[in-house]
Design a binder for this molecule. Structure first.
Ligand code: SF4
Ligand code: SF4
Length: 517
């Protein structure tokens, strides 16, 4: 239903629920009662969206509730994060969902673990969202796995997932925003079927996702996020406690004033949500994803019905949802119109060299001299490693030098499958808390890392600045980086490269999905 509706150009509505901790309780009842009531009322809702341990806290799995919801005749849209799963558990979960008849997944990176039993849980992040989409697509096509006889393969039965991806446009700086768009492009190239925006309250910013997609001819449906913002949620987001969710000072003041009404501002926030639905429809979005804390069925139905009544006036509401932050970066000039149809130029222009980072320049020169396949040094070292193997004392000595030097220069964790050249010589293992290899997660705030907001900039802002100064931004938005090969942990990245064992070497290089170079 969701897939068919989006493919047919119908304006879709999905309603989000956040299952809480415990096998039952208010949050579980809310989702199930919603499905029951909506099915009975005949209102056209295309999917009930179920979050997956949001905020990095444990909660009942959406996989358990999704089949119960589908029994009422509604489809479920299950959020799918790799924060808590390695790639084998991903496949297990996906196959279990397929058996339950769950076909809609929204792939997200996932918030960093924030709690857990007797201490915080470990963040797994074995795959990033781009790699996960690619894996899901491979399962849809019938995954090829080694057969019983050496050299043979067998194909697993196909799955039928309709795969959504998320994008977070509410970023403050250029070096924070454009990598989000680049990663979106990689998700689409990997096979994402539709896209949902992060929640936010600046229609110009959300329109920029649409403008970016149009400028790059990314022809997948884009769904807008409508979050009913209570005063409590606004305060939490304003304080930066919900990764990637932005509430400006001005918006907080507005919500605070509204909260003084006898109904604590409920009517006004539902009205704002209805106007946002009307705006997204007017702006040519493919649908809306409606959510909010403790919303009841009647609240959702009010928003949907009120939006239909307000549809004709949608353009008049744009100034009411324009809570950008002072000095915030926009990728495009102010729009001439919010109506669909306009196509902008690519916002990434050939840019002057600017000031190049010394560390980047040195790393780049060293890489070109030693690791470029055509270089004499690379050819000699490849021959050497092939001749002596990596168990020789000389190779061991080289690793003993490599590990501390790279630790000193790059925060190397000795993963053995080196992605430094893929990330402008920034180490994903040592410098990104979620070990992302294809672009940033959505959790940064004003350029700072979600996990270390007072200490570390997001490593992808650094990679962006380095590649911008070297005029190599195309690398950042088109180059697919495969998952780390765990079997290489604590072995020499240099040896693995020369021996063709890591992800970058020609003999083992994986075929990039269509559209990725
Ligand atoms: S080998 Fe792995 S841990 Fe070390 S710098 Fe390269 S990517 Fe980082
Ligand atoms: S460094 Fe960036 S991508 Fe990595 S966890 Fe922090 S905010 Fe996310």
């Amino acid at each position: 239903m969701l897939k068919i509706a989006l493919q047919n150009g119908e304006f879709v509505i999905t309603c989000e629920f956040v299952p809480g901790r415990g096998k039952d309780g208010t949050s579980v009842d809310a989702a199930l009662h919603f499905a029951r009531d909506v099915a009975a009322s005949g209102t056209r809702i295309h999917a009930v969206s179920l979050t997956d341990n949001p905020g990095g806290n444990p909660a009942i799995s959406p996989d358990a509730l999704a089949p119960e919801i589908q029994k009422y005749g509604l489809e479920a849209l299950v959020h799918f994060s790799c924060r808590d799963l390695n790639r084998n558990a991903v496949e297990s979960r996906v196959m279990a969902l397929a058996r339950e008849g769950i076909n809609n997944l929204l792939v997200v990176t996932g918030d960093y673990p924030a709690s857990g039993f007797e201490g915080h849980a470990a963040g797994v992040f074995d795959l990033d969202a781009v790699q996960t989409v690619k894996y899901l697509k491979a399962m849809n096509a019938g995954l090829e796995i080694p057969g019983a006889k050496k050299g043979t393969t067998i194909r697993l039965p196909q799955t039928n997932f309709f795969i959504g991806a998320a994008v977070s446009p509410f970023k403050f700086k250029e070096e924070e925003l454009l990598p989000q768009f680049f990663k979106l492009e990689k998700k689409i190239a990997a096979g994402a079927d539709f896209v949902i925006t992060q929640l936010g309250y600046d229609m110009r910013k959300v329109l920029e996702v649409k403008r970016y997609m149009a400028s790059r001819k990314l022809l997948v449906p884009l769904v807008g996020n409508v979050y009913v913002l209570s005063y409590g949620a606004a305060k939490t987001m304003h304080a930066g406690l919900v990764p990637g969710c932005v509430v400006s000072d001005e918006l907080l003041s507005v919500i605070e004033a509204e909260s003084k009404a006898p109904d604590k501002g409920k009517q006004q926030r539902l009205e704002r949500a209805a106007k946002m639905v009307a705006m997204f429809k007017g702006m040519g979005f493919a649908g809306v994803h409606i959510g909010g804390f403790a919303l009841k069925t009647d609240d959702f139905l009010f928003i949907i019905n009120r939006a239909a009544a307000l549809e004709a006036q949608w353009e008049a509401f744009i100034p009411e949802v324009a809570f950008g932050r002072k000095d915030e970066y926009y990728a495009f000039p102010p729009p001439q119109t919010y109506r669909p149809g306009a196509v902008d130029d690519d916002p990434v222009k050939p840019i002057g060299r600017g000031r190049r980072s010394f560390s980047y320049a040195c790393s780049d020169i060293f890489h070109r001299l030693v690791f470029e396949r055509q270089s004499l040094v690379c050819k000699l070292l490849t021959r050497y490693y092939r001749a002596v193997g990596d168990r020789s004392w000389l190779a061991r000595l080289a690793h003993a030098v490599e590990a501390p030097v790279k630790a000193l220069l790059y925060d190397c964790q000795d993963c053995g499958d080196c992605a430094l050249p893929d990330m402008a010589y920034c180490c994903p293992q040592g410098q990104c808390a979620k070990q992302q290899r294809n672009g940033p997660c959505g959790g940064s705030t004003r350029g700072m890392c979600e996990v270390y907001p007072d200490e570390k900039p997001c490593v992808w802002t650094k990679a962006y600045q380095r590649l911008k100064s070297a005029r190599k931004l195309e690398e950042l938005r088109t180059q697919y980086v495969p998952p780390r090969k765990m079997e290489l942990a604590h072995t020499s990245g240099w040896a693995n490269y020369f021996l063709g064992r890591d992800h970058a070497a020609p003999p083992v290089k994986q075929a990039a999905p269509e559209g990725i170079h």
